[in-house]
Design a protein around this ligand. Structure first.
Ligand SMILES: NC(=O)c1ccc[n+]([C@@H]2O[C@H](COP(=O)([O-])OP(=O)(O)OC[C@H]3O[C@@H](n4cnc5c(N)ncnc54)[C@H](OP(=O)(O)O)[C@@H]3O)[C@@H](O)[C@H]2O)c1
Length: 141
């Protein structure tokens, strides 16, 4: 895996599962992290585990289905770290259960998180990611 020393990585859905596992691995690789999920307590526990100094991890509780939450997290990240290099739009869930017991509303909630939540993450971080693309271009990549 690439070395992430000096990189700032925003992860949505960082409180459990794949997001938390990514946070652990990226912290090991030297990245600074912006942890986003709804459960602030779980994020704080993870942040304390990953960085006792609190310097390299920003806990930014937020809900990807809510307009404004990601923009707030991104603004905090820019204040703390000055940039975001990588955004991992991981927050999401699967609708489980018997089709007959489920409703369109259940799937609508999933789309609001897994689809529009990803789009909110992309739009909120786009300025930072575009800056990075400009740097890559200047390197001829
Ligand atoms: N595990 C698999 O086999 C598998 C397969 C295919 C796809 N995926 C996808 O991979 C991603 C991670 O899966 P996982 O297995 O790690 O799931 P998980 O353990 O349930 O973790 C989901 C994460 O998303 C967060 N989240 C859910 N709704 C959110 C919202 N509205 N706003 C912000 N954060 C939200 C949860 O935190 P809070 O509750 O604290 O907000 C949690 O941190 C999901 O998008 C899932 O659909 C997983």
């Amino acid at each position: 895996m690439t070395n992430f020393q000096g990189k700032v990585v925003l992860i949505t859905g960082a409180s459990t599962g794949i997001g938390a596992a990514l946070a652990r691995e990226l912290a090991k690789q030297g990245a600074s992290l912006v942890l986003v999920a709804r459960n602030a307590e779980k994020l704080a526990t993870l942040a304390a585990e990953l960085d006792r100094t609190g310097q390299n991890i920003l806990v930014a509780p937020g809900d990807v289905t809510q307009d404004g939450d990601l923009e707030r997290a991104v603004a905090q990240a820019r204040d703390r770290f000055g940039k975001i290099d990588i955004a991992i739009a991981n927050a999401g869930f699967g609708v489980k259960g018997n089709l007959e017991a489920l409703t369109v509303e259940d799937y609508r909630k999933q789309f609001e998180t897994n689809i529009f939540g990803v789009l909110r993450t992309i739009y909120a971080t786009l300025d930072d990611l575009k800056k990075l693309r400009a740097v890559w271009r200047s390197w001829g990549a």
